[in-house]
Each structure stands twice: as C-alpha cells, then as structure tokens.
Design a protein around this ligand. Structure first.
Ligand code: BDP
Length: 610
C-alpha cells in the first residue's frame, strides 16, 4: 500500500520551518461559486489561524454557516531558501480543503483531523505569494464524522446547505492546526519508522529503523541520543537495527525519550538531518490483561475533546499543557482521543509526559438516527439500517492510513480505536469492520492492540464484532440515559454485564471508555438529584464498586474530562456538561472523589496476572 509521509516539521542544521499562522483574511462563499482562486478575497473579515472560525464572531449566521468559506494570506520566501525543497504543511483543515498558490491549485484534502502537505517550488513567484484555501465544513453519509446533510434552494435558486451533526460535539471548522512552510534539501529524509523490540529479561532493546528518502544518498547514518545527550548506539543503512543495552524504558507517567538522529550523506558531506524522538516500551494483551513492559497496566483517565473557548477545536497548547497537569494531579495516566486524532503537538506532549493514549479515528456517528433515546433504540436493533445506508468505507480506510502513518512512532499511543459507538450490533457490522481491523493491523509497524468503543446497545448477546478486538471497550450510561435519577441498581447492572463479557471472552481485557452524568457546576442537592455535583460523585462511586470486583476489568476512563460544546438540543444546556472540569477547567466535586480513588490505584500491577 502506498505510504503517506507525514514527518513533523522541525528545524535542524539542514531544515528551516516558517510559520504561516496568524490573522488571515476570511470570506464565506455565498452564493456557492461566487469566489474563485483567481482573485484576492474582497473582504475585511479576518480570522485567527489556527482556530475554528465559529467562535471568532458575534454574528450567529456566520457561526452557524454550513458550506464553503475561504482563507487567504500572503508570504514571501527568503532568497537563501530558493534552492531548497519547500513544502507547505497543514496540521489539519476541517473538513475538506482546496489549496491554491497564486491562483493555481496545489492540493486537495478531505478529512478534518489529519495533516497533509505539498511541495510548492514550482508554484512560487518572486515577491509576495498569495495562499488561498477553500474550506468546506459539510458532512454527510460518506464522511467521517457522519453528518445528516440536506440541501434546499433559496429564492435566487442558490443552494443552501444544512448539516445536523450525527454525533455529540459541535461541528467546529476551519484551519484548526498550524500551517507551516518548511525546507528540506533536494535529497531528503522523507519518513522514519521506529519499532523497538524490548527484551525485558536482560534490559536491552533492539530498535528497528526504516528510513525513506527522496532524491539520493550514498549513506544513511542513525545515532541514538539519550536524555543526557550521550550517544548510546549507531547504525548505517535505510533498514537497520540498533541495540541499546541498559535501556531506559518509557513507562506510564515516567517517560524516557531517546532521540534518533538520522543523517543523510552524499559525496562525503552531510546533506540532510532529521530528529525523531521515541520511547522504548512493549505493549501486549495477554490473559485478560493489558501489559505495558510486561506488567498489567490499569487505565485511569478520561475521554476528552479538543474543545476550548474561542479556539473551538483549534490547537490550544496552553490548554493541552494544563489538561495534562490536571490529569496528573488527579492520578490519571491516560486518555482517549475521542472522537478523532488529536494534533501532532498533543501527541508529542503525551510522549514526553508519559501519558498513555488510546488513539481514535474520526469514525463517530456511524449509526443512522443517532440520538439519546437508548431505551427506544434497544428494541429495534435488528432492523437498524446503518450498514446499508452509510458509505463511509473509503473515508474510514483513508483515515486509518493517515492516522497510523502520522503516529506510528509515538510511544504514548498504545492502542488504536477504530470507531466510537458505531452500530456494531446491526446487520452488516462485521462485514464493514473486519477489513478495517485487518488494514490497521497491517499498517501498524508496532502491531498495537486494536479496539472499538461500544455503545450501550452493543451487549454480550447483541454485539457482532467483538472477535475483531483485542480489548473490549464499553461506553455505559446506567443511571443517566437509562434509569436517570435512580442509582440503586447501577452497581449490580454493571457487574452483571461485565461478568457476562468476561465469561464470554476470558482472554480479553475490558475497559470503560465512557461513563458519566451531566453535572452543572455549582448545582447542589441534599437528595443527589441528577445534574447536581453530588449525583455525579454518587454515580461514579456505584461504578467503582463494580469495577473492583471484575478480574479482567483493566481501566476506567470517565466521560468527559471537561464540559464541551455541542450542537443545540433539548438535552444540552450550552453543551455537554459531563465534564469533571468545567469548560474553563474548574473542578467539580467529582474531581476530588476520582483523584482520591486514582491516586490509590497503581498504574502498573493493580490487577496482577495470576
Ligand atoms: C456517547 C458518545 C459521546 C457523547 C456521550 C454523551 O460517545 O460522544 O458525548 O455519549 O451522551 O454517546 O454524553
């Protein structure tokens, strides 16, 4: 299968990175077809990049716009870079982008949560260059995430689009992640694949390197540098191994990062260098346990969102840093990138901070008529038409490919989640998912475990796909969407279901990837009423009691880390309020409860292998 090269742009002694972020011109394309790449945008409207456009305005019509819109900036390239290979890279544009330079088409990319890049040398002109990006935020039954799309005509006959999110987060859009122009020499390192093989008995590791290049080199040299800047191994060649003795393992919350310095040599001279940070660790699923470096790991943490005030889903590094500190102080060790791959920057941060990540594709909403009426859905699962209606296969294959290619070297990523809450119980589910799991396993050089995240209708006797997963991941809302206000039976229900899964699949670890209750910060109740902070605490207590009794239960990730924005709806008051923190990261009472619990559960060795 064709490889996608998505090395993160960095500066080295042979590479320069220019930052094109800032305030760009912005214009909505209304009517459709009224703007083309030929002329500069005629607008006074501006938007900050990277960020969602939606919350950078006081105008409701702009915030809720569905359709096409344009961004534009100008830049000049220094003369000293003219003989270099110049690449324009977008960290992500949500959801579809057509990119033009000086009115000429550079590239097109569909999929809002993965990077893409293009060489621009042949398109540059002397002086100012006009970079324009046409973006669409439309979603339908072919895209990931899945949207309910409809089109009408206005009084002039022009199309008006509407997208109803088939999922529970606001459809933020725009240029969400950094835009960089970077240089490489004409002969360059184009990709690095690192696969550590740890020998836990003698404390050594054999690290395999595959280096791809563009142009040509006489030699490739690899140097492994430790955290004290000492060289601890070297090798030559594009496909080679380096042995590290007395290896420092990358451990949850105790990261150790080596740097692989890749050097491309031609005619006796260094032509290109690239540096890839990596951790050495072993991940396995065995006898109902999730092992990291040979020891049973217990996931403690959260489902999250990329979601902050004003930035929307745009990169917000200060929030990323704060979020990880808050997680650590609570004794959490992990999160899931619900419901799409997060930024390169977040993944690099998690590597360094020792945060364990379950990385998820944007396959969310793969269930026709998504809604919160679980009880009603449960009665109709055999008639669910999802897999005959959705046409998401191509997008799904593409994003699995892009996600794994981008993040294959990250020590923090220990498992891929192929989808969130799809109709895994419906006719046709297995046929849809089997090839996707096969693809992910083929593409991942580190052969990480794979899972999907199961909605409440996916039960031991209704699920059609559990044979495909290494780990059973469950989202459960007993005491919230079912029996709201009555927590009396939650522990028993949870326990009973977990025991059923365990006896049916005794070798598969089970984790909860979501469970939660909407909670309005500051609402209190002596009767533990729903929406009060007390109810949220009681809710979590009931689940904890059940979890501790199940041998193969190896992780709890609560829903959600923080309150987040959603579409409008009678079940949502300014968004989803299941956060343990508010949207501005103030803790609710449950933060204290979970922090007391998690700080007393070790990351490794909690539920020992017998
Ligand atoms: C699940 C989804 C998640 C929602 C959550 C909820 O996986 O995206 O936000 O429930 O309803 O359906 O709060």
């Amino acid at each position: 299968m064709e490889e996608i090269n998505l090395l993160y742009p960095i500066t080295t002694n042979t590479r320069v990175v220019l930052d094109l972020d800032g305030v760009w011109k912005f214009q909505v394309e209304e009517p459709v077809g009224s703007i083309t790449e030929d002329n500069p945008l005629k607008t006074d409207e501006v938007m900050a990049v990277p960020a969602s456009f939606n919350d950078q305005t006081d105008k409701p019509a702009l915030r809720e716009h569905n359709g096409y819109f344009w961004y534009e900036t100008n830049f000049e390239v220094a003369d000293i870079l003219q003989d270099q290979r110049l690449v324009l890279r977008f960290g992500s544009v949500t959801h579809e982008a057509w990119v033009y330079l000086n009115g000429k088409k550079l590239t097109h990319h569909k999929g809002g949560f993965t990077p893409f890049e293009v060489e621009v040398n042949d398109f540059l002109v002397p002086g100012k260059n006009r970079l324009s990006v046409r973006v669409s935020n439309l979603l339908d039954y072919t895209t990931l995430p899945v949207g309910n799309f409809s089109e009408t005509k206005d009084e002039n006959g022009d199309p008006q689009y509407s997208v109803d999110e088939n999922f529970d987060f606001y459809n933020y859009a725009g240029i969400h992640r950094p835009v960089k122009l970077y240089s490489t020499p004409k002969d360059y390192i184009s990709d690095v694949t690192i696969v550590p093989d740890v020998n836990l008995n003698d404390g050594s590791a054999n690290v395999n390197f595959d280096i791809d290049t563009g142009g040509s080199f006489d030699d490739i040299e690899i140097k492994i540098i430790d955290e004290n800047n000492n060289e601890v191994g070297t090798a030559k060649g594009t496909s080679t191994n380096v042995e590290i003795n007395n290896v420092h393992l990358w451990q949850p919350l105790n990261a150790y990062i080596y740097t692989a310095k890749i050097i491309g040599i031609k005619n006796g001279k260094i032509v290109d260098t690239y540096e890839e940070p990596f951790g050495v660790r072993k991940v396995e699923v065995k006898s109902g346990r999730f092992l990291i470096n040979g020891e049973p790991f217990y996931f403690k943490g959260f489902g999250k969102h990329e979601d902050t005030y004003v930035n929307g889903k745009g990169l917000n590094e200060a929030y990323n840093v704060l979020d990880i500190k808050l997680m650590k102080s609570m004794g959490a060790n992990s999160f899931r990138t619900s419901h799409y791959p997060y930024s390169d920057e977040m993944m690099r941060l998690c590597d360094r901070e020792g945060i364990v990540v379950i990385e998820e594709t944007p396959a969310v909403g793969l269930m026709v008529d998504f809604g919160f009426d679980i009880a009603n859905k449960m009665d109709k699962i055999d008639e669910d038409p999802t897999w005959s209606k959705l046409k998401t296969g191509d997008a799904h294959r593409q994003v699995i490919h892009e996600m794994i290619d981008r993040d294959k070297n990250h020590a923090c990523v220990v498992m891929w989640s192929i989808s969130n809450e799809s109709a895994h119980y419906a006719p046709g589910a297995h046929e849809y998912f089997e090839p996707l799991f096969k693809l992910a396993r083929e593409l991942d050089p580190q052969k990480r475990p794979c899972t999907y995240v199961a909605i409440m209708m996916t039960l031991p006797d209704t699920d059609k796909c559990t044979d495909l997963v290494d780990v059973i991941s469950l989202n459960r809302y007993y005491g919230w969407y079912l029996t709201n206000g009555d927590l009396s039976k939650v522990t028993d229900t949870v326990l009973q279901e977990l025991n059923q899964w365990q006896s049916k699949y005794p070798d598969k670890p089970i984790i909860y990837t979501e469970y939660g209750a909407d909670t309005i910060a500051g609402v209190h109740s002596p009767y533990n009423e729903p929406f009060s902070e007390e109810y949220q605490v009681e809710y979590y207590k009931k689940y904890s009691t059940a979890f501790d009794e199940v041998k193969n239960f190896t992780g709890e990730q609560v829903w959600n880390f923080a309150d987040f924005q959603t579409k409008f709806g009678i079940q949502r008051v300014q968004g989803n309020k299941k956060g343990i923190f508010t949207r501005s990261r103030e803790p609710k009472m449950a933060a204290k409860y979970l922090s007391d619990r998690w700080n007393n559960i070790p990351n490794l060795g909690f539920k020992k292998l017998k």
